[in-house]
Design a protein around this ligand. Structure first.
Ligand code: FAD
Length: 464
């Protein structure tokens, strides 16, 4: 005895995971309802994550690049920042993409309901619409893609001058002094944006290293390149207290007696999954600390309910969510599929970018795994020198003996675009010969991947 609207597949959350799942399920002939509590589709990634941050990082990178040209005889003078126009550019970028998703949902006849969904039973859910009305839904299968939210640090007071990544992306102001709490990808990306806009920026990271998980040799290059950009890059340091006063937020750091006053504080100290507020217990789905566990078919402990994306754990990345969304939709539609990615690449879209995929040297050492490491310094790349990027580095890791590539990391402009080749090589089981003998176009930064493989083969590299 079902009540309300009926569907084959109910998708909760319209981020990269949810919209990918909804569209794939509809393409496979399923009647799909997609519920999203936000006004626009696209989730964190399109609205307050990947896309707006990249629009601003593009501006930051071009600004920096233009200033560097002064050394080569072309000067533009100091940048004049019109924050309002910059906000409009960012909002326009987001809008194009979120509008595109609405269009794609319509084309596929996916029913989009705007409201907050909760499970009320194993095959039923209720959606609280924005006008206060509740709508009951019945489904045969459900895909939960409710994503994650920023963690709020307990020692920070409530104050409009303390923001998370969403608040920082709104560009409330160009603060005189900004403290970024968290030296991970999101913290360093936002720190880069604000420094390009003219703020004096400090970054504080609790762990001993910035970008935990990335090999130190790459981070060292990044840190050197960014020394001029940040006032202080503090690692192994914690915020011990913070007080709001009329002049700013007075923050005390571990090991420091005196507080420093900041005009804006950005907390970028991690994200937590949104699993707790979905009524999943009513459907019998287990949730632990907000996380939902799944198998390779993206099924939860309740076989007709799937979960994907940030909700199911690290890495919290959009491209992982998209692929998991496709798998869940295919399985929900009765097809055979599984999520068996060999590797998932990570990128910090800072200036320069750092990208890594698969095994790192640090992880190999920790696991006692013997690997062969090949480095190609960009100082030997003609294109890198011409581009003023001779500081970059491409590193590949090979399994000892077979020389099959098991990992790679790149620091330098466009590292994020270049790492895709390494991900493909790992997925294909390619070895150093496969990569080294592949003719890469000259002169390109991508050539450094081929040349790193040649270095692993002991071949002389003769291309400047
Ligand atoms: P989300 O995108 O979080 O979407 C979940 C959706 O579910 C939300 O729209 C939410 O409103 C909705 N929802 C939740 N609960 C309910 C409910 N009960 N009812 C209805 N709707 C609900 N990743 C990258 O790969 N590359 C990047 O460059 C990148 N940059 C980032 C920059 C920032 C500043 C941030 C914060 C994140 C960034 N990420 C990036 C991470 C990326 O945004 C996430 O990994 C991705 O959005 C996860 O997708 P998802 O579908 O799991 O969930």
């Amino acid at each position: 005895e079902r009540s309300g609207i009926d569907c084959d597949v109910l998708v909760i959350g319209a981020g990269p995971g949810g919209y990918s799942a909804a569209f794939r399920a509809a393409d496979l002939g399923q009647r799909v309802i997609l519920v999203e509590r936000n006004a626009t589709l696209g989730g964190v990634c399109l609205n307050v994550g990947c896309i707006p941050s990249k629009a601003l990082l593009h501006v930051a990178a071009v600004t920096e690049e233009a200033q560097r040209l002064a050394a080569h005889g072309v000067s533009f003078g100091a940048p004049a920042i019109d924050l309002e126009k910059l906000r409009t550019f960012k909002a326009g970028t987001v809008r194009r993409l979120t509008d595109g998703l609405t269009q794609m949902a319509r084309q596929r006849k996916v029913t989009v309901i705007r409201g907050t969904a909760r499970f009320t039973g194993p095959k039923t859910a209720a959606v609280a619409l924005h006008d206060g009305v509740t709508r009951d839904l019945a489904f045969t299968r459900a895909i939960v893609a409710a994503g994650s939210s920023p963690v709020a640090l307990p020692m920070l007071p409530e104050d409009p001058r303390i923001v998370n990544s969403t608040g920082a992306l709104e560009l409330p102001c160009v603060p005189g002094r900004l403290l970024v709490i968290g030296g991970g990808i999101i913290g360093l990306e936002m720190a880069t944006v604000y420094s390009a806009l003219g703020a004096r920026v400090d970054v504080v990271e609790r762990l001993p290293n910035l970008l935990e998980g990335v090999d130190r040799d790459l981070v060292a290059i990044w840190t050197k390149r960014n020394a001029h950009r940040f006032e202080r890059l503090l690692t192994g340091t914690e915020v011990t207290s913070a007080m709001a006063d009329p002049k700013g937020i007075a923050v005390t750091l571990s090991g420091e007696a005196q507080a420093t006053t900041y005009d804006l504080v950005l907390q970028a100290a991690g994200r937590r999954p949104n699993g707790a507020a979905l009524g999943l217990e009513a459907a019998g789905v287990s949730v632990e600390n907000g996380f939902v566990s799944v198998d390779a078919q993206m099924r939860t402990n309740v076989p007709h309910i799937f979960a994907i994306g940030d909700l199911v754990g690290q890495p919290m990345l959009a491209h992982k969510a998209v692929h998991q969304g496709h798998v869940a939709a295919e399985v929900a539609a009765g097809h055979r599929a599984g999520f068996d990615a060999a590797v998932i690449p990570s990128v910090a879209y800072t200036d320069p970018e750092i990208a890594w995929v698969g095994l790192t040297e640090t992880a190999a050492k920790a696991a006692g795994r013997v690997v062969e490491v090949a480095r190609f310094p960009w100082a030997a790349s003609g294109r890198a020198i011409a581009n003023g990027a001779d500081y970059g580095l491409t590193k590949l890791l090979f399994e000892a003996g077979t020389k099959r590539v098991v990992g790679g990391a790149i620091v330098g402009p466009s590292a994020g675009d270049l790492i895709g080749e390494v991900a493909l090589a790992i997925e294909m089981g390619a070895d150093a010969t496969d990569i080294g003998r592949t003719i890469h176009p000259h002169p390109t930064l991508g050539e450094t991947v081929g040349l790193a493989a040649e270095a692993a083969l002991g071949l002389c590299t003769d291309l400047p």
